[in-house]
Design a binder for this molecule. Structure first.
Ligand code: G3H
Ligand code: ZN
Length: 286
């Protein structure tokens, strides 16, 4: 069923595993992720950025597509459709109206007071509609769609500010920037685990790790043990899909039927997602 992230993340927090957020880019992503979740008996979060939603035809198209696929597949596992890095109150409300079950309001580029005020407004509307909310503090580096944060601007979240934001807004989960990066890492990731622990002890809501692509398993396990319950993955699926499509087209230079290269690309996404679900420990939890 389509649900908010609330219960799935609370359970993950209690049992120290992580629920993956896998970003959608088109139909094949929705198919691959839903199929993987059902086969793995895993709860799952479908992440939709504003850019990707626009590409797919808008929030309503995304919700209709996901609902139709779930009906077709007879999906039994909990599925959340989550607005990823929502940029404004208006966008969050539009997503909620379209049927999203969860939203992120990313006010991380605003001063603390403004971030709190904006997040609070979103929480108020979202909770009336049974929709869960994620907020962010600090700045996650790298690039995702139109969201670009230069290395020099990337900033660690400050624990006392995290405590205020979570307490004053009532968000359901929280993404403190702690050195993770959107897109591939330049060298080994260097996550602030001490601060992760400190933040978790102060806020006591499930933490979210953005930039899940390229984080070694040992770091994933450590994050899961320190209150991280949601891990976002986008680039890794894109890389797996693109690699497969390139392979097929290199082997068959005359191929032009999209089903013949996007089909294998979809399978590559599915296998990547299955691997993540096992790594995060969410398999067989639904
Ligand atoms: O919000 C989405 C993620 O944080 C994805 O990050 O593309 O590095 O896996 P990634
Ligand atoms: Zn992100």
């Amino acid at each position: 069923p389509l649900v908010s992230m609330k219960e799935m993340l609370e359970e993950a927090k209690q049992k120290n595993y992580g629920v993956g957020q896998f970003n959608l880019n088109n139909l094949e992503y929705a198919q691959a992720v839903l199929q993987a979740a059902e086969e793995e008996k895993s709860p799952v979060i479908l992440g939709v950025s504003e850019g990707a939603a626009k590409y797919m035809g808008g929030f309503k198209v995304v919700v209709s597509m996901v609902k139709a696929l779930m009906e077709e597949y007879g999906t039994t596992v909990p599925v959340a459709i989550h607005l990823d890095h929502g940029s404004s109150f208006e966008k969050c409300v539009q997503a909620i109206h379209a049927g999203f079950t969860s939203v992120m309001i990313d006010g991380s580029h605003f001063p603390l007071e403004e971030n709190i005020a904006l997040t609070k407004k979103v929480v108020e509307v979202a909770h009336i509609n049974g929709v869960s909310v994620e907020a962010e503090l600090g700045r996650i580096g790298g690039q995702e769609d139109d969201l670009v944060v230069e290395d020099a601007e990337a900033a660690y979240a400050i624990p006392a500010e995290c405590e205020r934001l979570v307490n004053e807004t009532g968000v359901d989960c929280f993404a403190p920037a702690l050195g993770s990066v959107h897109g591939p890492y330049k060298g080994e990731p260097n996550l602030g685990f001490d601060r992760m622990e400190e933040v978790f002890n102060l806020v006591n809501v499930p933490l979210v790790l953005h930039g899940g692509t390229g984080i070694p398993t040992k770091d994933i396990k450590r994050a899961l043990s320190l209150g991280t319950s949601k891990i976002n993955v986008n680039t890794e699926n894109q890389i797996a899909q693109a690699k497969k499509v390139r392979e097929v087209l290199a082997e068959q230079p005359d191929q032009y039927d999209p089903r013949k290269y996007l089909g294998p690309g979809r399978e590559a996404i599915k296998q990547t997602v299955i691997g993540k679900m096992r790594e995060f420990g969410s398999s067989n939890r639904a």
